[in-house]
Design a protein around this ligand. Structure first.
Ligand SMILES: Cc1ncc(COP(=O)(O)O)c(C=O)c1O
Length: 303
């Protein structure tokens, strides 16, 4: 079955969602997107989008930061994301709203240019493969540096900013790792190519402050879940050697969910497998997204 997309206010079939080769964003990367997930509930009775409001808020903030306008209301954009899942009949799916400049003109002057908003969706099970959620993944510290906030602002998901993440990820894959950890310009841990990072030491959870990493919605969820479990969470600068000596480390993000890291630069994290705190947070997160935790029901929007 073809998935239904939403393009500039209308539902279209995937095959009819074309863009011009002169689309400005395709040339210069000035656009922004979101990555959102829907999940079937544990009892199979409903499909829900996880933290739809927060993702939509971040999309509007991204649009403001890059000065590319969204011509639709907040409500319309929320409803369109619910609509593409409903019309496509998808359950465990990924939703990709993308705001991009039109093809009226090329060049660096964007004054007065209009934009398009497309919302696509597709079925997307686990990011690194189902087994990695339990076994963990092997990662390397990248030779690429995460961009400084004043070169590419990290509070928005700017399309062009992902060149940095894609190259770091590709370098890691070519060197036999599954993912990369990027450091910031001062050498402190920033985040993964497309995910936030947490380390655990002596029962405490630590994550980089919101300077050179995205204000991840899963990161916020993890902080809430940890606090609800009585686990202390500290947001601070983290050094590279703290990765090597951590008891547990995990990535978190909409796409990767909660993925344990079992080694960094071939050095085992803890005993080299998923740790107990990671497991606890992962299980609570999965219960929340699958509508199996009453406490977190307001994070879900039913399709
Ligand atoms: C660079 C980057 N960091 C972190 C994240 C995690 O953010 P979220 O939990 O909102 O998906 C993402 C994914 O969107 C990302 O692209």
């Amino acid at each position: 079955m073809s998935n239904t997309y939403w393009l500039n206010g209308k539902y279209v079939e995937k095959e009819d969602a074309y863009i011009s080769p002169l689309t400005h964003t395709l040339h210069y990367g000035l656009g922004a997107f979101e990555g959102v997930r829907s999940y079937a509930s544990e009892d199979g009775k409903s499909v829900n989008i996880f933290r739809l409001k927060e993702h939509t808020e971040r999309l509007f903030e991204s649009s403001k930061i890059i000065n590319v306008p969204i011509d639709y209301s907040f409500e319309e954009v929320m409803n369109a994301q619910l609509g593409v899942i409903e019309k496509s009949g998808l359950k465990d799916a990924y939703i990709r709203p993308l705001i991009y400049l039109n093809s009226e003109q090329l060049g660096l002057d964007i004054d007065g240019m209009g934009s398009h908003l497309m919302i696509s969706c597709w079925e997307w099970p686990s990011y690194f493969g189902a087994e990695s959620l339990e076994s963990g993944i092997d990662v390397m510290v990248s030779s690429f540096t995460r961009q400084f906030p004043n070169s590419l602002m990290t509070k928005s998901k700017i399309s062009g900013g992902y060149v940095n993440g894609v190259m770091a990820h590709d370098q890691a894959k070519r060197n036999g790792y599954q993912e990369a950890i990027l450091l910031d310009t001062n050498g402190f841990v920033a985040e993964g190519s497309g995910q936030n990072i947490f380390i655990i030491k002596n029962g405490k959870l630590m994550t980089p402050e919101l300077m050179c990493c995205l204000n991840g919605i899963t990161r916020r969820s993890v902080i809430q879940i940890a606090k609800d479990h009585g686990i202390e969470v500290i947001e601070r600068q983290i050094t590279r050697d703290e990765l090597y000596t951590a008891d547990e480390i995990f990535f978190c993000g909409t796409a990767v969910e909660i993925t344990p890291i079992r080694s960094v630069d071939k050095i085992n994290v803890g005993v080299g497998k998923r740790g107990e705190i990671t497991k606890k947070i992962q299980e609570t997160y999965i219960s929340a997204v699958r509508a199996n935790a009453d406490q977190y029901k307001d994070w879900l929007s039913q399709v």
